[in-house]
Write a protein that binds this ligand. Structure first.
Ligand code: G4P
Length: 300
């Protein structure tokens, strides 16, 4: 689990590491969290990764709404990226990567062939904001069978290439991108999925925000999880939290409802997937809230 604080020094270092390595890279494998594919991206990756083959992995796809995953795949494809759904934890979806990598790097492979270069592997870097599953992905994808090749000139000292097969090498250290906190909506989404330290968050407020969203988009899943018989339009977040206090026995001394506790029960259930598969944002082309005007203006 990553614990981090974002301050300019961190960002500069992360960016420098990426810039230094980028010259050696053919392919950028960008992980996003499938529950918030827009909020968990940083637009600077487009600048950093320009002229590279690009693959987006909708990771934690197991936690996100299957239909929403399909919509996001289509959306990213429409923007010219190669894209796959993955579950880095279980390994699901990882097998398909090799084929897509070959497809994404077709131009490079063709260029090499014309120049008479044979068997030069595709070199890839894994990037993403903290907590999207970069380390888990590298471990699952590379597995135990792989061999590490030696250091190569130009790669930051200590960096190693993991040889996946004859065709693909992966840099063993992921590139960390900084989240874009400028928009309130994005900050909220990142907090909801647990990408911001909970100590600095007001849990009941966060839970209330989640309840508002669930009542609108995933009412049945919410009702089912906490045996709410008839959740109507007028139901307030406070009423839902009070109900959770009842069914989960969240009380302080003197039978006073413990809203903080109910809030953390709800957040835990959501983040772990126990409430079912839930996506928090959809692309604008299907009327979703992901705000692309904002992204274009965002600076690190
Ligand atoms: P990072 O390098 O990008 O910072 O992320 P990292 O791999 O540390 O993964 C962050 C958390 O997300 C880990 O959970 C990891 O197990 C989980 N995770 C990664 N990929 C997936 C996925 O596709 N599906 C699901 N459901 N979870 C995923 P953790 O709570 O920190 O550790 P653990 O309790 O799972 O060991």
């Amino acid at each position: 689990m990553s614990h981090y604080q974002w301050y300019p020094g961190h960002m500069t270092k992360a960016k420098r590491m990426m810039q230094e390595n980028m010259g050696l890279i053919d392919l950028v494998i960008e992980l996003v969290d499938a529950r918030v594919p827009f909020s968990s991206r940083n637009p600077d990756i487009d600048e950093l990764g320009k002229n590279k083959a690009r693959l987006i992995l909708l990771n934690k796809a197991d936690l996100a709404d299957a239909e929403a995953n399909r919509i996001w795949m289509e959306h990213f494809r429409g923007k010219g990226y190669h894209v796959l759904e993955t579950n880095a934890k279980s390994g699901q979806g990882l097998k398909a990567i090799h084929g897509v990598v070959r497809e994404a790097c077709r131009e490079k492979i063709e260029r090499d062939r014309k120049r008479g270069i044979k068997n030069r592997p595709i070199r890839a870097i894994v990037v993403g904001i903290p907590n999207v599953g970069k380390s888990t992905f590298i471990n699952s994808f590379a597995g135990k069978a792989c061999t590490k090749t030696g250091n190569k000139p130009g790669v930051t000292k200590g960096k190693q290439w993991i040889r996946m097969d004859r065709e693909l090498e992966l840099l063993d250290t992921p590139g960390i991108l900084w989240p874009k906190f400028e928009s309130e909506e994005v900050g909220k989404n990142l907090a909801l999925i647990g990408s911001i330290n909970d100590e600095i968050l007001e849990m009941t407020q966060l839970a209330s925000d989640l309840i508002v969203y669930l009542l609108e988009h995933y009412r049945e899943q919410l009702a089912c999880r906490y045996q709410i018989d008839d959740p109507d339009d007028g139901m307030t977040p406070l009423a839902v939290l009070t109900h959770i206090c009842g069914v989960r026995g969240c009380y302080k001394k003197g039978q006073e409802p413990d809203y903080e506790k109910a809030a953390s029960v709800l957040m835990d259930d959501f983040r772990s997937g126990r409430m079912g598969r839930i996506t928090l944002e959809l692309p604008p082309d299907v009327g979703g809230s992901a705000d692309y005007d904002e992204i274009e203006e965002t600076e690190p």
